[in-house]
Ligand binder design. Structure first.
Ligand SMILES: [Zn+2]
Length: 202
């Protein structure tokens, strides 16, 4: 992490120096934007940039806003026992839980390092949906719809990629067929109505 920050700083400084030397105060600019589009997410700086992008997209596309602090760790989530295999058909890649943080609730998230950027972001989106369900206190009882909603959002983050097609074919991915029911609801009634419908469940 520190090395990336340092490197990023150096590149920015060198870029500015070249810019000044060659173009004065021209509009030409060397940026470090390549650090926000690396193929895999391997350190916390990249992870936090991706997290910020996912949060913006969730607000914009799904009216999902989180108020509690988010504590993100880039590591393999702790083992969860036999139930994990049912709910996580792809294995142990990401997890969300609510923890106490200086006397207030916070969202603890673990995401496995080394995932592709697209996969990382879709898993963050999935876990942030669970975070939102807890914060806004809905879908506590309907486990099938609760997981279905998270996969529905995850699917939209991946849509158009071969990854999305692959996920829909996974044996347990369509758990309780909820994701299909939600996609159908959205197709018929639109996204705002779908979100209202999902949030009406206790
Ligand atoms: Zn889930």
């Amino acid at each position: 992490m520190a090395v990336t920050q340092w490197l990023s700083q150096v590149i920015t400084e060198v870029g500015r120096a070249i810019e000044r030397a060659c173009f004065g105060q021209s509009h030409f600019r060397i940026t470090t934007s390549e650090f926000s589009s690396t193929p895999t997410i391997d350190n916390l700086v990249q992870a936090k940039m991706a997290l910020a992008e996912v949060r913006r997209q969730l607000t914009q596309d799904f009216s999902i806003d989180l108020r509690w602090p988010i504590l993100l760790e880039l590591k393999v989530p702790p083992a969860q026992g036999w139930k994990g295999a049912v709910y996580n058909p792809e294995g142990n890649m990401a997890r969300h839980t609510v923890v106490d943080f200086k006397g207030t609730p916070a969202h603890q998230m673990w995401i496995r390092p080394g995932l592709t950027r697209a996969r990382f972001k879709s898993l963050v989106a999935h876990e942030l949906v669970h975070a939102f369900q807890r914060e806004a206190n809905f879908l506590n009882e309907n486990l099938s719809l609760r997981e279905g909603m998270a996969r529905w959002v995850e699917f939209h983050f991946l849509k158009g990629s071969s990854e999305a097609e692959r996920l829909l074919k996974l044996k347990h991915y369509t758990f309780g067929r909820s994701i299909e029911a939600i996609l159908e609801y959205e197709f018929r009634s639109g996204r705002p109505a779908t979100l209202t419908w999902l949030r009406s469940h206790a």
